[in-house]
Design a protein around this ligand. Structure first.
Ligand SMILES: [Zn+2]
Length: 289
């Protein structure tokens, strides 16, 4: 078989979760979608690395989101995408229930800085934050309406964020097999376990993550699409969704690469952060064997 995927030499365990969800009209997120508001879970992933321990990919919402969006202009965020969330659903509380104290999490990989991905950063006091520098550059100076437009809620970023930051270094870029529509990735820990991949357009500097468990290969594609149907059927979002994108042109390129990846590698489990179908189907595959 032609090798399309990067070589993940270290296998990990994976569990998928969601911390709250938002309601959003489906037709904005996918061509031909229905007019009614659909639930979009705020997915996050627990990756259990054999040496680095528990690693998170994003965090979903947390109660801090409501404090951070209580006043104008940020309250507009909540009107546009009403959020349903219960405290027991926070990433920290769900991990605790599954036997992992939040203090044990040493890394949180941030796909991008939208509020539904960074809501829980403040709940992991021992974690270093891993992200692409351009993702944070895009938002760090934004306040008021500029922040709102970028879906950035400043209160969600811990005060000591910069001290704990571990930005990805492009010097650790490795080429992927020529058959892979994504030409390269950054070897996050330098051991071939996790590869961060550029999927910009939805947000500047957005990353996805290639990884493998003992049984399956995964690509956590963040918000490159909102639902698996989009890459399966090559259905782009409505042009209106472009209003919140950092670049329509780059979005399209990331989207087409994802669609191509699925076509070339249909057995690969592609997990969009907000796809209920993917989260429910594969949520516990990586649970302890
Ligand atoms: Zn999102």
């Amino acid at each position: 078989m032609i090798n399309t995927l990067p070589n993940t030499s270290v296998k990990v365990r994976l569990r998928l979760y969601a911390a709250g969800y938002c309601l959003h009209p489906e037709w904005v997120t996918i061509r031909g979608g229905s007019l009614r508001a659909c639930r979009f879970p705020a997915g996050f992933a627990l990756i259990e690395h054999p040496v680095r321990g528990p690693v998170l990919f994003d965090t979903g919402y947390a109660s801090r989101f409501f404090a951070g969006t209580a006043r104008l202009p940020m309250s507009v965020y909540r009107w546009l995408t009403p959020v349903a969330y219960r405290e027991e659903e926070s990433a920290a509380n769900q991990l605790r229930r599954d036997g992992i104290e939040p203090e044990r999490v040493r890394y949180v990989i941030v796909s991008h800085f939208h509020a539904d991905h960074i809501g829980g950063l403040g709940d992991f006091p021992s974690a270093r934050f891993v992200y692409l520098p351009e993702a944070y550059e895009e938002v760090r100076h934004c306040h008021g309406f500029a922040a709102l437009r970028k879906g950035f809620v400043r209160e969600l970023v811990p005060d000591d964020f910069v001290d704990r930051a571990l930005p990805l270094d492009r010097a650790h870029t490795v080429p992927f097999p020529p058959e892979c529509p994504f030409p390269q990735g950054i070897d996050v820990f330098g051991d071939g376990s996790l590869y961060a991949v550029d999927v910009p357009g939805h947000a500047a500097g957005q990353i996805g993550l290639f990884l493998s468990t003992e049984r399956h290969d995964y690509f956590l594609c963040a918000d490159t699409v909102w639902a698996s149907r989009a890459f399966r059927e090559s259905r782009l979002p409505h042009p209106l969704a472009g209003l919140i994108m950092s670049s329509r042109h780059r979005y399209r390129e990331s989207f087409e690469r994802l669609h191509e990846l699925h076509k070339r590698c249909p057995q690969l489990r592609i997990v969009p952060s907000h796809c209920r179908e993917a989260l429910e189907r594969w949520g516990t595959e990586g649970a302890p064997l």
